[in-house]
Design a protein around this ligand. Structure first.
Ligand code: SF4
Ligand code: SF4
Length: 381
């Protein structure tokens, strides 16, 4: 395992970090974490050199931090570095921020966080942080040793990344970075800005919520022709690992296979040469032309007041685009039950919460229209 040193970071975090937002589950309920398998994965990760573990208040419907407290923090404290995040969206007063921070330490059963970040910043959240003086509170916690490194995570445009980075003194910044968003969301510019300012980059969504592991057939074929022994996900991990200035790549791993694949990737000769970068360019172009809805299944848009299952609807539609199997699509769509897009009243409550800036109610019309088209009387497509 590689450990990259940065002057402003107090420890040597592993290049591959374990994101604790997609832990294995016993059922479809995101709270129902499979502790037995989760424990095995944590142990395997630690034994293979991963020392960076990333949780957040809202992951697994508030249960990820509990899992940390009951599983991860039972290992010796000097074997792991723990990152947690302040849910700025849920806070209206400074006292609430203090209460949540204290509750997080308690849930995780630790006395300090190695890394602490303001979670999912965007323009309005930045205004709130500045108005409530939340940065000063966290800087004070850092001075007291309750936080060892302070940063923020952000899904907004490069302009907002740059502006907020310059407003305070940060040890690291977490951005969404992968070979598709390099262009789609101009992540390249945010990355370049941060590295020019010597701020270590934490990478989230390196495989775009898993969507770059399950590529459209034409994209898959390009990778397979280049090397049919490696996974599509490994290409995505290699892209971000090849970027100097990246401190840690956070991957939300759900099974042992993904964990082993990611470890093998970063332990191998991951640096991409020019011909491989050209290959990724080709895949990126095809991916962007595929018509997929760029949802990463983060669930920040939920709950919808009408019960629409937004991420699952988009996942079903994207899967259909792969298989072109209308019958299968209809079966899955029907199984959404009351969570089908027809329940959407276009209230727009979800859209400001979507880090990918998806026009959710508009995009929901695509799976809905398709379903209505193939189930219309007389239609056999
Ligand atoms: S716009 Fe539609 S999907 Fe979004 S919250 Fe409102 S009803 Fe739910
Ligand atoms: S629609 Fe947006 S907020 Fe909702 S799951 Fe997808 S990416 Fe996340």
């Amino acid at each position: 395992m590689e450990y990259r040193d940065f002057p402003r970071i107090k420890e040597s975090p592993s290049l591959l970090g374990f994101g604790l937002m997609r832990l294995p589950l016993n059922s479809e309920d995101s709270k129902d974490i499979n502790y037995e398998l989760g424990h095995k994965m944590i142990e395997y990760a630690l034994d293979n050199g991963i020392n960076y573990f990333d949780t957040a208040y809202m992951y697994h419907s508030d249960m990820s931090e509990i899992f940390v407290g009951e599983v991860l923090t039972k290992f010796p404290r000097d074997r792991f570095l723990l990152a947690d995040k302040l849910p700025v969206n849920c806070i209206d007063t400074l006292d609430q921020a203090k209460e949540i921070f204290a509750h997080q330490l308690e849930k995780c059963q630790v006395e300090y966080f190695d890394y602490y970040l303001l979670h999912s910043m965007h323009r309005e959240a930045i205004d709130k942080v500045n108005k409530l003086n939340i940065y000063d509170l966290l800087a004070d916690y850092k001075a007291q040793g309750l936080i060892r490194n302070l940063g923020f995570s952000i899904h907004d445009t490069p302009d907002v990344v740059e502006s907020f980075t310059l407003q305070h003194d940060w040890d690291m910044v977490q951005i969404q970075l992968n070979y598709v968003d390099w262009e789609l969301q101009n992540a390249k510019r945010s990355y370049q800005f941060l590295t020019e300012h010597n701020i270590p980059v934490l990478v989230m969504e390196p495989v775009r919520g898993g969507s770059l592991a399950k590529l459209p057939e034409d994209c898959k074929k390009i990778f397979e022709e280049a090397d049919d022994t490696v996974s599509a996900a490994s290409w995505a991990i290699r892209f971000v690992a090849s970027l100097p200035g990246v401190m840690t790549i956070l991957s939300g791993m759900s099974d042992m296979e993904q964990l082993q694949d990611n470890i093998n990737t970063v332990n191998g000769d991951y640096r991409l040469d020019q011909s491989e970068l050209d290959l990724l360019d080709e895949v990126r172009k095809l991916y962007l032309a595929s018509g997929r809805i760029p949802c990463t299944a983060c669930e920040y848009c939920l709950p919808c007041p009408q019960g629409v299952n937004i991420p699952e609807t988009f996942a079903i539609y994207n899967r259909y685009l792969d298989s072109d199997d209308g019958g299968r699509f209809c079966g899955k769509y029907s199984s959404l039950g009351e969570g089908q897009p027809c329940a959407c009243t276009e209230c727009n409550e979800c859209e400001p919460k979507c880090p990918q800036k998806i026009k959710i109610s508009e995009e929901l019309t695509k799976p809905r229209s398709y379903y209505e088209h193939i189930t219309a009387p007389g239609c056999d497509s």
